[in-house]
Design a protein around this ligand. Structure first.
Ligand SMILES: [Cu+2]
Length: 347
């Protein structure tokens, strides 16, 4: 258990009895809980028409409890789950130089549940690229996977020949080849980089990442105490937040009164209305453009390609469920899965 909060306290907050969780036993046989998620289709989570037969409510409750137990035991076990550690760079004169490589991988959305996937620098989503408005950046990209590729910088002003669309703005980067992108960062905000070649397979299959451009003028930003990046994805690798399915997602933990910034991005093919229990979200930016009038909501629908920036003020103590409200992306008879996490507000 992480030192951020005690297990007993979490359980008390969550209203979960400490008995019968059996999380260690579940971890010892990974994948058994959600074995049928391997097929990834919502219909295969046992959802759809109400099933009159075979309803064993005790088993259903046990599986739900077990999943929450696994989530608790996994807290703090994935470093940089929230992708807030930016990719390192070197300087070439005034240019920030980043290095990206694509490879074929087996990606585990939860232990034991591995999918054939593609990765930038070995991770799904790839590392977060971050720099400041006005800076010049170079990305030295090497393709070490088994199909051609090109990187598109989604939402960003770039010279046309840096837009990353094979046969429109560049030739594809073939397996074994290296390609360099270079441009000056003109529009700040929450952006993305991803595949634009065989993209239905490559992007949903893992080739996606956050590209954050901080504004030169910091007064453009609202005040906040902590920041989280939430990359949503679906289809090829199941329903994931930052490449993982519940119960292997991580919680957001805030102290009472803190302001948390969440940067949403949808790299999948489906809409995901992200619902936070207990606390409203102040939406202040869409696709990196600050809104003329920020607005409050509790459910924010994020369509493919969209980014939203929100501030959540941690004004209410407790453990608040936080999930996609297309419920077939979040829960089945086997318990919660997919796009589910929690926001914990502590004293
Ligand atoms: Cu969803």
């Amino acid at each position: 258990m992480s030192g951020l909060f005690g297990r007993r306290r979490f359980l008390k907050m969550a209203g979960i009895g400490a008995s019968g969780v059996g999380a260690a036993a579940v971890l010892a046989r990974p994948g058994t809980l959600f074995a049928d998620n391997k097929t990834t289709a919502p219909a295969n989570h046992g959802v759809g028409a109400v099933q009159q037969e075979g309803a064993d409510w005790r088993e259903m409750d046990r599986l739900h409890s077990e999943g929450v137990g696994v989530f608790l035991d996994n807290v703090g076990k994935e470093e940089d789950f929230w992708r807030t550690t930016p990719l390192e760079f070197t300087m070439d004169g005034e240019v920030k130089v980043f290095t990206l490589e694509t490879t074929n991988v087996q990606w585990e959305t939860s232990p034991g549940m591995a999918f054939p996937a593609f990765a930038y620098n070995g991770r799904v989503p790839g590392p977060t690229i971050r720099a400041t408005e006005g800076e010049r950046i170079r990305i030295v990209y090497t393709n070490n996977m088994d199909q051609s590729h090109a990187i598109h910088f989604h939402g960003m002003y770039v010279p046309n020949d840096q837009d990353g669309v094979p046969f429109i703005t560049q030739p594809p980067v073939e397996p074994g080849a290296t390609h360099t992108y270079e441009f000056t960062l003109r529009n700040p905000g929450t952006h993305m980089y991803h595949s634009h070649h065989n993209a239905a397979e490559q992007t949903a299959g893992g080739l996606m990442g956050a590209f954050i451009v901080d504004p030169k003028d910091a007064s453009r930003e609202p005040a906040y105490d902590a920041e989280y990046i939430m990359v949503l994805n679906d289809t090829s690798l199941g329903f994931t937040i930052n490449g993982r399915q519940f119960p292997y997602t991580q919680p957001i933990v805030a102290k009472l009164g803190q302001k948390v910034r969440i940067r949403y991005m949808n790299e999948g093919f489906m809409i995901h209305p992200m619902h936070l229990h207990g606390l409203p979200q102040l939406v202040f930016s869409k696709d990196g453009w600050n809104l003329p009038v920020p607005y409050m909501c509790d459910t924010l629908n994020i369509a493919p390609g969209e980014r939203y920036d929100v501030i959540v003020e941690a004004s209410e103590l407790g453990v608040w469920a936080y999930h996609c409200h297309i419920l077939t992306h979040a829960e089945s008879r086997h318990g919660m899965f997919g796009m589910v996490t929690v926001l914990i507000v502590q004293e």
